[in-house]
Design a binder for this molecule. Sequence first.
Ligand code: S3P
Length: 221
Amino acid sequence: MTPDRRLVPTGGLTNAREFVGKARYDDCMSMVLAGRNLVLIGFMGSGKSSVGRELAKRWNFRFLDTDAMIRHKYDLSIPEIFAKHGENFFREAEYQALVRLRGITSTIIATGGGIVTQPRNLPLLRALGPVIWLSADQTTILDRVGKSAHRPMLNQANPEESVTRLLKERVPLYHQAADLRIETSELTHREVADRIVSGLDQFRASNDPKNQPRMDANEAE
Ligand code: S3P
């Protein structure tokens, strides 16, 4: 994490709806609208697409999904791309999708769960806008995607082993890439969207230079 981007824990917000009045909502909107986008990262089954669509609807933003971009480009499903061309080809396509997104505005971007595994993707994600990590515990992930037939990274003979191994590898990477983490295990998609709104507000406040300690004030002590 670069020093000017602070990961804001949102665990303390027990009832985000209380924090999301109309004025606050519009505030967040204008911050994101200032030529920026919102990027959702997180493990398979963390709800990136559903939450992204919900936010796009609320804010009248566009919604894009890097997996969908890849599917359209090659006119193949993700499992077909993995089977025909292999994972490395898919990872290159994922990087190229991010390159193609450079310069877009007012868009919610949902990414594939492995987007953080390539360090070259991180600056591209960050350049798009605030990066939100939707996290979920292992049991929740297994409930949501353990039986999924269209996720080639999950070994169907032993999805639990795959999820355990991939989570171990990726949690530090999500942490490194994210500005905000929202723990989604107990929440509906709408509640996650609410928390993103209140979390963005905190994120903006904590990154506002007015709220940083001033050098001259410290020197005066
Ligand atoms: C992957 C996650 C998938 C998709 C591909 C690889 C991964 O996206 O990009 O199957 O490596 O975790 P979702 O996170 O939307 O399932």
